[in-house]
Design a protein around this ligand. Sequence first.
Ligand code: GDD
Ligand code: MG
Length: 352
Amino acid sequence: MKAILLVGGFGTRLRPLTLNTPKAVVPIFDRPFLHYQLDLLEQLPEIDEVILSLNYQPDAIERVAGDRRGNGPRIRYLVEPRPLGTGGAVKFAEPYLDDTVVVFNGDVLAGIDLRAVVDLHRSRGARATIVLTPVDNPSAYGLVETDAAGNVRAFREKPDPDEITCDTINAGIYVLEPGTFDRIPPGTKYSIERRYFPSLVERGETFVAYVERGYWIDIGTAAKYMQVHRDVMGGRCAAHPFAGRADNEPLVDTSAAVDRGVRIEAPCFVGAGARVAAGAAILANSVVGASAAVETEAVIDGAILWPDSAVGAGATVRDAIVGRGARVEAGAVVGPGSVLGDDSVVTAFSKV
Ligand code: GDD
Ligand code: MG
């Protein structure tokens, strides 16, 4: 069995973070996001190959994707000649598929029982099975209506307010039969959400829904990217590196140098080679990335510092994201919602 991870998007809503780092490999604590998805796929040992469907900055994804310990599935990198859309990307992978395929949007994380999804697909003899999750506002997603027997009755991508008839949306996780790809024209931009799924409904094919009420997130915006860190640190999402920890202590890498006299509040994470000077404060829900530096009297409060960034003496970074190699100079204040791109500099005493 094969899996396809759709990781070709531009990550527009996560700019500037995605200018040098495709969304699929943005760091979550100390690992690229993609590794969390590969962890999920390990629930299905019959998956012997994961096809990474690439377009935007494929090299950046290739560099980190294979960098995993253990004997996981083989990884195949498929680079589209141009963006083919979610359906076109699946069609492009068709020559490499054998039978049933598991497909993931490359930006979703879920506490999902994939075995149960595949079992449902098989027991129903489905042509396609889609995982649904309930959300408060479906407008930014694909709305999916089902009937009492758990069949999909309608699929509406990014519905208008008057089209919102239920709260279940497409979670971006599918089990598909390649025989259904005959309707996707090769080499053409084609949306799985706007065309393939509605066509399954129109033709009355067995299109089954699996509703997941556990944890689910799409990390595609800065707010959601920050949220997933909080959810893992807070135990709402069981994932690396916090899953299974009995204590509620700050998680500090053994190679980090946190001076005595640092005020450090759980939950938080300090990565490999990071340096935090005496007198600084790392407050709850903060993430200090690998080799980042925090100088004395600086306050990191619910913020995420990417690797190699630096926060100067007396500076404050609150509920914000600081990109790779960026510098917040002494006394500067970076406030809630700020997202500093890689290598940006906030000069001393500036307020952002
Ligand atoms: N290979 C490839 N080629 N991948 C693509 C392309 C492409 O042309 N376009 C998008 N992708 C990938 C993105 O990288 C992302 O991982 C995934 O497809 C979904 O694209 P998004 O841009 O993140 O879509 P969305 O979040 O607005 O909506 C999708 O996800 C929602 C759940 O998070 C839809 O599938 C919705 O129906 C769904 O509810
Ligand atoms: Mg998305």
